[in-house]
Design a protein around this ligand. Structure first.
Ligand code: AMP
Length: 460
C-alpha cells in the first residue's frame, strides 16, 4: 500500500488560480534550482524566463529522487518538469559512471508525443549532447532499423509501451540492470490507447528500484491503479485547474450552421478576414479533411491535412512546418482520439494499422504542442466534451490569447448543450460558447461561388 505526501496545490496557493493549460510562472528562477550550468544555458536559449509552477515544484523533488505523480496537461510545461531533473541526474551519474547504458525510459501513448519529447530533451541537452544520448523508438515502423540505435545504448529511450516491449522481447533492449528512472507521460492515454497489457508486461522487465514520474491529465481509476504499480511513496502534484483558460484568454463561440452551409461559412469567414492567424480546423473524419483541403484549394487557400492515415514521419513534418508558420491552416481529424461517443477503449488493443490504414498510435488533440494557434475551428463539433476541451486547448497556450469557434448543425445541438453544461459548472451555464455574430447576408454573396466548388467536389 502506498501512502504519499499529498502536495496538492490547493485553493489559496498561487497555482489554484491558474488553469492547467496556462504556463503559470513561479517565483524561483532556473539558476536558483541548483542545476548544472549546461542545463541553465539551454533553458536560457529557449527564452524561458522562469520555471512554470509545475516545474518549480517538480524539479527539486525530482532531483531529490522522489517518485512523482503530477496532474498536468500539455501546456503546463510538464515535459521539462520531468526532463530537467532527469538530465540533471544523468549528468551527475556521468561524473562517476563510465559504462554507457540505457538509464531512463520515457513511455508515451503516441508517436507524435514521442517526437515532441525527443525534441524537447534535445533542446535541453544542447550543451551536453555528447554526454547524453537520446533515442525515440516510437516513431519508426521498422524494428530492424532501430536495432543499431539501441545497440549504442542511449541514455534516454522514448517509446510507446508496445514498441519498447517488442525490443525487450527481442533482446535488443535490456533495462533490468541499468534503469534509474521511468516516466509515463500522458498516463491516462496510455490506458485508453489500449497499452495496459503491454505496460504491465513491460514493468515486469524493470529492476526493483528506480525513480518514477507519472504525468497524467486526469487521476482516473486506471491512473490510480498504475500509481500503485509504479510509484513508491510518491509526492502528488496537483494543479488546481479549470478545464480551459477563462474568457480573458480564450474566447469561445458557436455559430449555427447546417451541414450544407459549413463550407460556405468557412470560406466566408476566411475571405472576410474574420479569422486571422494560425488556425486548426477540426473535422471528425479523414475523408472530410481531404474534401475541405480540396475545397480551400479551389480558392487558392493553402492548407495541410493531418490524420491517422499519414505515415508518422509526414505527421511530424506537418506539425513542424505548421509550427514554423509554413502554413496558416491545418485541417486535423482527431477521429482516433475522439472514438465513438460513450465507447471506452480501455483494455482493447488498438495498435498498428487498421484495415483503413489508420495508425492507432496517432494523437492530435492531446499532447501535441502546436505553436501560436490563434483560432481553433470545430468544423464538426466533436463527439465528446473531453474532445472539445482538448481541441480548444490547442489555442490560448502559454500567455497567448486565442479563440475557439464551433460550427453547430441542428443534429449537433445536443452535444453543444452537453459541452455548455460541462464547462459552465462555475455558474455560467448556457453561455460559455457565446453565439458568434456576423452579418449572415454576407454569406449570400459567396454562395454561388461555393456551390460551383461543392458540385465539383462531389464529382471528385
Ligand atoms: P508542455 O506542457 O511540456 O507540452 O509545454 C508546453 C509549452 O510550454 C512548450 O511549448 C514549452 O516549450 C513551453 N514551456 C515549457 N516550460 C516553459 C517555461 N518555463 N517558460 C515558458 N515556456 C515554457
Amino acid at each position: 500500500m502506498v501512502c504519499g505526501d499529498a502536495l496538492a496545490l490547493g485553493p489559496g496557493s498561487l497555482v489554484s488560480v491558474l488553469p492547467d493549460t496556462h504556463v503559470g510562472m513561479a517565483e524561483l528562477r532556473f539558476h536558483e534550482l541548483g542545476l548544472d550550468l549546461r542545463l541553465v544555458k539551454a533553458v536560457a536559449d529557449l527564452g524561458w524566463e522562469k520555471p512554470t509552477l509545475i516545474q518549480e515544484k517538480a524539479i527539486p523533488l525530482g532531483m531529490d529522487g522522489k517518485d512523482l505523480l503530477a496532474r498536468a496537461r500539455t501546456g503546463s510545461g510538464k515535459t521539462a518538469a520531468y526532463a530537467i531533473p532527469i538530465i540533471q541526474g544523468l549528468l551527475q551519474d556521468k561524473m562517476t559512471l563510465s559504462e554507457q547504458a540505457v538509464r531512463v525510459l520515457i513511455l508515451v501513448p503516441t508517436k507524435e508525443l514521442g517526437h515532441q519529447v525527443l525534441q524537447m530533451v534535445r533542446q535541453l541537452t544542447t550543451y551536453c549532447a555528447r554526454d547524453i544520448k537520446i533515442a525515440d523508438i516510437s516513431g519508426q515502423a521498422d524494428i530492424s532499423a532501430q536495432r543499431p540505435i539501441l545497440m549504442e545504448k542511449p541514455d534516454i529511450v522514448v517509446g510507446t509501451p508496445s514498441r519498447v516491449l517488442l525490443h525487450i522481447n527481442q533482446k535488443t533492449l535490456c533495462l533490468r540492470e541499468s534503469l534509474r528512472a521511468l516516466v509515463i507521460d500522458e498516463a491516462d492515454l496510455i490506458f485508453s490507447f489500449g497499452f495496459e497489457e503491454d505496460l504491465k508486461n513491460l514493468l515486469c522487465q524493470l529492476p526493483n528500484i528506480y525513480q518514477s514520474y507519472l504525468m497524467s491529465a486526469t487521476f482516473n481509476e486506471e491512473v490510480k491503479a498504475l500509481k500503485e504499480l509504479v510509484l513508491h511513496n510518491p509526492v502528488i502534484l496537483k494543479l488546481e485547474e479549470s478545464q480551459l483558460p477563462d474568457s480573458s484568454q480564450l474566447l469561445q463561440y458557436h455559430i449555427r450552421c447546417e451541414e450544407e452551409d459549413k463550407f460556405l461559412l468557412l470560406y466566408t469567414l476566411l475571405k472576410l478576414s474574420l479569422i486571422r492567424g494560425k488556425t486548426i480546423i477540426f473535422v471528425n473524419e479523414v475523408e472530410r479533411s481531404y474534401r475541405l483541403k480540396l475545397f480551400l484549394e479551389q480558392f487558392s487557400i493553402p492548407s495541410c491535412v493531418l490524420n491517422s492515415e499519414l505515415p508518422v514521419q509526414s505527421r511530424c513534418h506537418i506539425i513542424a512546418q505548421f509550427n514554423q508558420s509554413c502554413y496558416d491552416y491545418i485541417i486535423a481529424s482527431d477521429e482516433h482520439v475522439l472514438g465513438e461517443k460513450g465507447k471506452k477503449r480501455t483494455g482493447k488493443k488498438r495498435k498498428g494499422k487498421s484495415e483503413k490504414g489508420q495508425d492507432s498510435e496517432y494523437g492530435v488533440s492531446r499532447g501535441i504542442d502546436f505553436h501560436n494557434v490563434s483560432t481553433v475551428i470545430n468544423f464538426d463539433l466533436p463527439l465528446s466534451v473531453d474532445s472539445y476541451i482538448h481541441r480548444a486547448g490547442r489555442t490560448a497556450r502559454a500567455n497567448n490569447p486565442g479563440a475557439a469557434l464551433s460550427f453547430v448543425a441542428s443534429s449537433e445541438l445536443p452535444m453543444l448543450q452537453e459541452i455548455e453544461e460541462a464547462l459552465g459548472e462555475g455558474g455560467s451555464k448556457g453561455c460559455v460558447l457565446r453565439p458568434y455574430r456576423f452579418p449572415t447576408e454576407d454569406l449570400e454573396g459567396f454562395r454561388y461561388r461555393c456551390r460551383v466548388s461543392c458540385v465539383w467536389l462531389r464529382a471528385v
